[in-house]
Write a protein that binds this ligand. Structure first.
Ligand SMILES: Cc1cc2nc3c(=O)[nH]c(=O)nc-3n(C[C@H](O)[C@H](O)[C@H](O)COP(=O)(O)OP(=O)(O)OC[C@H]3O[C@@H](n4cnc5c(N)ncnc54)[C@H](O)[C@@H]3O)c2cc1C
Length: 139
């Protein structure tokens, strides 16, 4: 993998330092510039235990939905809209048709509250179904 950092254009925009990530409100994803939002890997969201929110597709996806809702609500002057609550999950593939699932709230304090479910064939089947669902949705 290449080094993980914000694209040069994002750093040049003043949204993030060259060696850092875009600071956002952890619930609305709004940057220090009003009505400018950042989601996904370019963001740096510190957690209570001192580490950042992991960079994961599940968070980028949920944050995208939240920001879309906030923008739609602002345009329609309909109130504040959704908020991002730090919840997420991921399958943990183990091979041979077995997977696990870890799910939790990364905004919980003093530390993220994560539960790892016992691995089994059903989680692997769930992962395949999840993949097929989004594949069909997008392509
Ligand atoms: C090997 C690997 C495995 C992973 N596995 C998982 C997993 O199992 N589960 C999970 O939840 N997450 C996983 N992740 C993390 C997940 O892929 C990322 O968190 C997610 O893709 C972030 O989405 P994003 O939209 O923020 O950024 P990206 O997916 O990186 O999208 C950014 C896009 O912006 C484009 N771009 C960059 N610069 C410019 C520019 N100047 N102009 C226009 N476009 C530009 C890029 O080409 C890219 O398409 C994995 C990551 C890696 C590397």
């Amino acid at each position: 993998m290449p080094p993980h950092r914000v694209p040069a254009e994002v750093a040049a925009s003043g949204l993030a330092p060259a060696d850092g990530w875009v600071a956002v409100d952890r619930h609305t994803l709004e940057t220090r510039f009003s009505n400018v939002f950042a989601i996904g890997d370019v963001t740096g969201i510190p957690l209570a235990l001192g580490k950042p929110l992991p960079k994961a597709g599940v968070f980028a996806h949920r944050q995208g939905e939240v920001v879309a809702d906030i923008i739609a609500n602002r345009l329609a002057e309909r109130g504040t809209g959704a908020t991002f609550d730090g919840a997420g999950e991921c399958f943990i593939e183990m091979g041979r048709g077995i997977a696990g699932l870890a799910r939790g709230n990364f905004y919980a304090e003093p530390a993220p509250a994560i539960h790892a479910y016992k691995p089994g064939r059903h989680w692997h089947a769930g992962k395949v179904a999840f993949e097929r669902h989004w594949w069909a949705q997008w392509w």
